[in-house]
Design a protein around this ligand. Sequence first.
Ligand code: CP
Ligand code: NVA
Length: 308
Amino acid sequence: MDLKGRDFLTLKDFTPEEISYLLDLSAELKDKKKKGIPVDTLRGKNVALIFEKTSTRTRCSFEVAAHDLGMGTTYLDPTGSQIGKKESIKDTARVLAGMYEGIEYRGFGQEIVEELAKYSKVPVWNGLTNEYHPCQILADIFTFIEHRGPIQGKTVAWIGDSNNMCNTWLQAAEVLDFTVHVSTPPGYEVESERAGLHGTGHFKQFANPMDAAKDADIVTTDVWTSMGFEAENEARLRDFADWQVDAEMMRVARPDAIFLHCLPAHRGEEVTAEVIDGPQSEVWEEAENRLHVQKALMEYLVLGRVNP
Ligand code: CP
Ligand code: NVA
């Protein structure tokens, strides 16, 4: 079991054992960071951070993770490189792999990050595509485990759009053996093929979001309009109006349920201020955990197992 030299493009790229190792490593790195114990295992190495869409958390957590580990970073912004415009993804992958020990990519179609990984001899991390957001879901699962213990057998209620976050939760459920209750407005249902599902019974669909939230251990949602879908914003504001996580919805979940949101959030749309700023919300720790989990992802994919 060694992830050295591999890529992280979807949640299904890792086995349950590999995920378990990564989450243990995340906990260890978080603990050391809190205690001020330096871990610079990637000293002298460099990572390229490609962003074709905007970002706060993903960029900052990759940069701080890299710097803490001793790595240099180059940030390529949505307009400042040749990628996909003046130069093919294939050529970009070969050029960057000659200079860097790893590449993070945030952008549009999943096929782009897959092409990048295919031609890169160094690891590629998916920092969000239209289809998936695996770094975020690993951080979300880490956050749940920190607060409530193992996620196996638990229920996650996904309320709202069947977007990149929803697809990745569904993949995680198949790998780690928990259940996702999904409620979307009509016309926005999960596309099983896009989510890469195999009908393993870890996914249940509900017309009524209150039914999806019932007895859930995690209630989670995301913006009604994801990056790249802005043209649909007006229609979505109308169509998603009843898919808001509010206090009434939290009350039908388990009494110890936590609320998660990858952020950025729109209070008054997909979630009320009362819930996201309330006692069951763990969104700030969830955001911080991006740092610790990505540190583990970077160390493990570049070096393999440091501690057997
Ligand atoms: N959750 C997340 O990925 O946030 P950013 O878009 O700010 O990176
Ligand atoms: N679904 C959102 C997630 C942002 C982190 C988007 O793709 O815009």
